[in-house]
Design a protein. Structure first.
Length: 289
């Protein structure tokens, strides 16, 4: 499957070992004086080691890699002690990976591993401090609330006629991680970019209680990436249902075709619902396909 994972430029690597010491998951080792990714299985793709490298030898890329396994990772960490485990749990919380965090905590509790979970539960989620676009940082939330962006709030969320039902960020299919915690077992809405502008009650009618991904089948590039991400939602995140919401215009049909192709290639049958919205804001068609 395609997913985000680290890439090491061996020519730039100076062998300082900072990344190896910072990778609590155990995905990196020093071999022949160079940092090497020795296990894709343990690399979560969140890029903590990118900031540890003083020479910029580590970057993130999207490529074919085995899926990350949180349980295997936490099992590997247990012999290293509580400090290493807590560093990993903090790392997951800082990146909004609450699904993986829940998996790890549940496993540790079930196996009676002594860990002071209050250290993680009581820590605030820090604001973005660089290392990439803050608009791409994964955030999961359960209630409408303002996000610190540097902009002054003109109209508080609660002053609008209806509250936002958005539960996560980002939403653009190119930007999101299909294995993020908010996709685990979720009911997913895959909406064409124009739909929320055309349908006035999008949040209550389509989005409430669901996880969102948006895309434009006509203008967006790299459709193969879209196909792989939808497949990963189905296979790796085990999503519950997929609702494809498109406009009535012919070019929008490509989004349904991508979704159906992903379901076919995933080899797993999940309920897929099609909703078609008219350019005047009415729902023209709704059916399970």
């Amino acid at each position: 499957m395609k997913r985000t994972i680290i890439k090491i430029d061996e020519e730039l690597c100076n062998g300082c070992e900072a990344c190896v010491q910072g990778c609590h998951e155990g995905a990196l080792q020093m071999i022949d004086g160079k940092a090497r990714l020795v296990s894709e299985l343990y690399c979560d793709g969140l890029g903590a080691c990118v900031g540890d490298c003083p020479v910029g030898a580590i970057t993130l890329e999207e490529r074919e890699a085995v899926p990350y396994d949180e349980i295997a990772t936490i099992q590997r960490m247990i012999p290293k002690g509580e400090k290493t485990i807590l560093a990993h749990l903090k790392h997951l919380k800082e990146h909004g990976e609450f699904g993986y965090l829940k998996e790890a905590v549940s496993y540790l509790k079930a196996n009676e591993i002594p860990v002071d979970f209050s250290v993680v539960h009581n820590m605030p989620v820090p604001q973005h401090q660089g290392g990439g676009c803050p608009g791409s940082k994964e955030i999961s939330f359960t209630a409408p609330k303002p996000v610190a962006t540097g902009f002054k709030m003109v109209h508080p969320v609660h002053t609008y006629e209806s509250a936002s039902q958005l539960r996560q960020w980002p939403v653009q299919l190119h930007l999101l991680n299909p294995q993020a915690g908010y996709f685990k077992g979720a009911d997913v809405v895959l909406a064409a970019d124009c739909v929320p502008f055309s349908f006035p009650d999008f949040h209550n009618r389509f989005l409430k209680g669901k996880t969102l991904a948006i895309a434009c089948p006509k203008l967006d590039s790299n459709k193969e990436s879209y196909l792989q991400k939808i497949k990963s939602m189905i296979v790796d995140s085990q999503i519950n249902t997929l609702q494809v919401v498109i406009m009535e215009v012919p070019c929008c049909g490509g989004l349904l075709s991508l979704a159906m192709q992903a379901v076919k290639e995933a080899g797993k049958k999940i309920p897929v619902k099609l909703s078609v919205v008219g350019i005047k804001g009415e729902v023209l068609q709704e059916e399970w396909v």
